[in-house]
Design a protein around this ligand. Structure first.
Ligand SMILES: NC(=O)c1ccc[n+]([C@@H]2O[C@H](COP(=O)([O-])OP(=O)(O)OC[C@H]3O[C@@H](n4cnc5c(N)ncnc54)[C@H](OP(=O)(O)O)[C@@H]3O)[C@@H](O)[C@H]2O)c1
Length: 293
């Protein structure tokens, strides 16, 4: 039976450390400032933003919410980002993904000043990750997954990793992080996507599987090598009349079945989600330190 990697517990540890570190800046004239830009009314995004705001404020980070209507054009969104880039009281800027028009995401992310890009989605920060330059910000979800894998104590070096999904915010940076030329990484990474052939054969060779495709319970026990570490990034609302809200959150992995064959597994909820927020807080604090020093 697989050991469950508890994202909430790991995140709590990170919040505690951040809280202690922030004490050193109590006397400073400005507190860390995080701007959350939300375009449209995506229901999950509203939930994630509320969670991010709550945790940030508990840590002493001042949060500024910028809500823009679904019809807001790129120029207007960029104007808001430019204003936040110039605001000395804002140290981190997050543009909540997905945007109503996903094809505009890269253009918009690239407008966030690299030193305030705490989500790590700008070309500068993704480029730094690609170059192995640690001065940038890593995207929060893959960074959180990396922490979770490290928490198991499994040596990553030389392991075969399969990443399901090749998005710019999860899949691609995830692979880049795990194949860094570093003794805590050095994995052999294979990416799978919607056009991949023989995916099950590829997956069955993986020591570590990271599922980030948004397809509920897609990963079955028969696709997983016995003893593998399985990380579930996916989150989808699936109808469930037994729940008060009429739905439940389902990951990309069939948790019960895969738990029977894997050595480590992450739950949904309570897995990667809390770690994504923890990494955002860490990045915001790093941005604050860099900007005030
Ligand atoms: N826990 C968190 O904090 C967190 C954070 C971010 C995202 N998520 C969740 O993670 C999931 C992925 O997010 P995303 O933003 O990366 O999604 P995305 O941009 O829609 O990308 C999905 C990727 O999965 C691939 N894909 C889709 N169906 C597939 C299939 N049946 N077989 C193989 N590949 C398939 C797509 O392939 P193509 O490129 O060929 O289309 C694409 O590369 C979503 O459920 C999202 O809600 C969770």
């Amino acid at each position: 039976m697989a050991e469950t990697i508890d994202g909430r517990k790991l995140a709590r540890k990170i919040f505690l450390n951040l809280h202690l570190e922030m004490q050193q800046y109590r006397q400073h004239s400005c507190v860390p400032g995080l701007a959350l830009v939300h375009v449209g009314k995506h229901p999950e995004s509203q939930i994630y933003l509320r969670q991010k705001q709550k945790i940030a404020e508990e840590l002493g980070i001042r949060v500024q919410l910028e809500h823009l209507s679904e019809q807001t054009n790129v120029e207007k969104i960029v104007d808001v980002i430019d204003r936040l880039n110039r605001d000395a009281m804002i140290h981190g800027i997050l543009v909540q993904s997905p945007l109503p028009n996903r094809s505009q995401e890269s253009e918009i992310f690239n407008h966030v000043a690299a030193e305030k890009d705490v989500d790590g989605f700008s070309a500068v920060n993704l480029g730094k990750l690609c170059q192995g330059d640690a001065s940038g910000f890593w995207p929060c979800t893959p960074s959180g997954v990396y922490h979770m894998i490290q928490s198991t104590g499994i040596p990553i070096e030389g392991k075969r990793v399969v990443v399901l999904g090749r998005s710019l915010i999860v899949g691609k940076p995830m692979g880049l992080i795990l194949m860094q030329n570093h003794s805590n990484a050095n994995a052999t990474v294979t990416f799978c996507h919607s056009k991949t052939r023989d995916m099950v054969d590829i997956m069955r060779q993986a020591d570590i599987v990271i599922a980030a495709i948004g397809s509920p319970a897609f990963v079955k026990a028969s696709m997983v090598k016995p003893g593998a570490c399985v990380i579930d990034v996916g989150i989808t609302r699936v109808p469930d009349p037994s729940k008060r809200l009429g739905y439940r959150l389902q990951g990309d992995v069939d948790f019960e079945a895969v738990s029977q064959v894997a050595d480590f597994i992450t739950p949904v909820p309570g897995g990667v989600g809390p770690m994504t927020i923890a990494m955002l807080m860490q990045n915001t604090f790093k941005a604050y330190q860099q900007q005030i020093e």
